[in-house]
Design a protein around this ligand. Structure first.
Ligand code: FES
Ligand code: MG
Length: 568
């Protein structure tokens, strides 16, 4: 295909002069510019995002690859999203980053782009932006950080932190030990070390065909990650002239492959939201029910925390995504096209190196159904539960609701000795969805009340319109849609109402007559939206519900084949 950059750079006129001179201001000779494919390197490096701290070095490796293949590398920054530091939640800015990436690609003379991200939201944001720009793109993720070691055990950053935090609340760990943990917990650059959202998104991106083979799981500091980045840079030069473009890769079969891998790794529930959003960017049919159906036939094959024992780097050493694809082959559409220009089938590599980390379909680590979607009068448009990280004895449960109206209400009362709660109670947190949060924060793993923790209770049924960290665990029903803040039925629940979760029946019900639910909703209009200007206003006015991926209503359109990126 003709080079898109030619529209900027080839003209024998004043604009052509200005465009060429502007690029040459970096010191390029005419030969360096002369008709070469321009490969953008969209870098989400930031000192505010420790997970992405090493992406400058990775960009240098990408640059090397672009030069080797005869292209012109041009690195540019985008907003970056740090999971731990951003308030109220990095998710509130995923669409902002997606717009930044999309419009940067669209506005500049780029023939292909290499996306550099790592921390949870940076990867889906870049994929969404690149998909909408539909300029050939390839994803390079940052890889998992060196694991922290505490008391002789390698830590999963979040998964283990949640456990130690519970130990602290139970009085089994001292304040000074907890301070030692803080010092140890994040030893350097790279994303979370277990199968949290970052590892999940990296894995799923490879399964989607948007990164090169065996790129997802290489540790952040491993030389092979830099070699993989170099290969991606070289590949991007070929992509610039012969594609495929993102819409050719991001098809329904690719999304079903990604959903299969997501189930097999016991991956983060956040990936469901991101994949739904990405599919809506390219007009690929994908629904919440697809995730349930795919998970129902896909057993748990990967033994990585929080669904298992090991860390993401162990998954790499066991063979990584290519070895997992090898095991999953009967469940995949291996004809799906990838950015390599070949089918996913070419990225299947067996055998598995370590059966304690990657299992076979015949002898899996867990049954099918690591993720499930429940519906009912409490979640008419669905809710998600990560069964692989939940307690089997709570899969069928009926109990009285204990309702919290906000995160501050929860913080104020959850540990009160007067809270009327038992192990059978169902904890409900509402007004924490896409609009209510806003940004659907990761508050869905409601803490177990301390008095129950001390009594040895480690899990309860918890329901919310929030998300939860991919590193978290527990019997938590998440992403309830529609959310309370837009008038969803969660808003009708009162303390003591009986709630029934029946996972085998995929049902979540509030035991009240429908007219009573309607009456309560009518008398409880949603709270006013907190923002009257700025990003928060734009966000809460336009964000879609979780079952549609929390994208903006004005960004989810079908790509119909015309190429808007080449508008004058
Ligand atoms: Fe960035 Fe976990 S905090 S990947
Ligand atoms: Mg996370």
């Amino acid at each position: 295909m003709p080079l898109r950059s030619a529209a900027w750079l080839s003209g024998d006129d004043l604009p052509g002069f200005l465009h060429r001179a502007s690029l040459r201001a970096t010191g390029l000779s005419p030969a360096a510019l002369n008709g070469r494919p321009v490969v953008g390197i969209a870098n989400s490096w930031s000192e505010l995002v420790h997970c992405n701290l090493h992406l400058r070095g990775l960009a240098d490796a990408v640059r090397r690859g672009v030069l080797q293949a005869g292209g012109l590398p041009v690195e540019f920054p985008t907003i970056s999203l740090g999971e731990n530091l951003m308030k109220p939640t990095a998710m509130m800015y995923r669409n902002l980053m997606a717009m930044d990436v999309e419009e940067s690609i669209r506005a500049y003379p780029l023939d292909a782009v290499v996306l550099l991200g790592g921390c949870d939201k940076t990867v889906p944001a870049q994929l969404m932006g690149a998909a909408s720009a539909n300029v050939p793109a390839i994803m390079v993720t940052g890889g998992p950080a060196v694991p922290a070691v505490f008391r002789g055990r390698r830590l999963g950053v979040g998964t283990d932190l949640w456990r130690y935090a519970d130990q602290l609340r139970r009085g089994e760990m001292s304040r000074s030990e907890f301070a030692d943990l803080e010092q140890a917990s994040m030893p350097g650059a790279g994303h979370c070390t277990e199968m949290g959202t970052a590892s999940t998104m990296a894995t799923v991106t490879e399964a989607l065909g948007m990164s090169l083979a065996n790129a997802a799981a290489v540790p952040a500091g491993d030389a092979r990650r830099y070699a993989a980045a170099e290969a991606a840079g070289a590949r991007a030069v070929a992509l610039a002239t012969s594609g495929p473009r993102p819409v050719q890769v991001l098809t329904r079969p690719a999304f079903l492959n990604a959903a299969t891998v997501l189930a097999a790794i016991g991956g983060s529930t956040n990936a469901i939201v991101h994949l739904l959003a990405l599919a809506r960017r390219v007009g690929a049919a994908l629904t919440l029910d697809d995730f349930d159906a795919v998970a129902a036939r896909t057993p748990l094959l990967v033994n990585v925390r929080p669904s298992g024992e090991h860390l993401f780097e162990d998954f790499y050493h066991a063979g990584g995504v290519p070895a997992l694809l090898h095991e999953l082959k009967p469940l995949l559409d291996t004809t799906a096209l990838t950015v390599s220009g070949r089918s996913l089938g070419n990225q299947v590599v067996g055998p598995v190196n370590d059966r304690t980390v990657i299992a076979s379909l015949d002898d899996p680590f867990g049954p099918p159904g690591a993720l499930a979607v429940v519906r009912g009068n409490l979640a008419p448009r669905g809710a998600v539960i990560k069964t692989s990280a939940a307690s089997p004895h709570l899969m069928r449960h009926r109990g009285p609701a204990v309702v919290f109206d906000s995160i501050t209400d929860l913080a104020d009362r959850i540990d009160s000795p007067d809270l009327a709660v038992t192990a059978d109670s169902v904890l409900v947190l509402r007004n924490v969805g896409p609009v209510g949060g806003p940004g659907m924060p990761e508050w869905g793993q409601l803490p177990i009340p301390t008095k129950l923790l001390r009594a040895g209770i480690t899990d309860m049924v918890r329901i919310s319109d929030a998300r939860m960290s991919g590193t978290a665990y527990g019997t938590t029903v998440l992403h309830v849609a529609p959310e309370a803040a837009v008038g969803g039925p969660l808003a009708a629940v009162r303390d003591g109402d009986m709630i029934e979760l029946d996972l085998p029946a995929r049902s979540l019900r509030l035991d009240l007559p429908e007219p009573e639910i309607d009456r309560r909703l009518q008398h409880n209009p949603p709270p006013p939206r907190p923002y009257r200007r700025g990003w928060g206003h734009l966000y809460t006015e336009h964000v879609l519900q979780a079952d549609d991926g929390c994208d903006f209503d004005f960004l989810t359109r079908t790509v119909d084949g015309t190429d808007e990126t080449d508008l004058p």
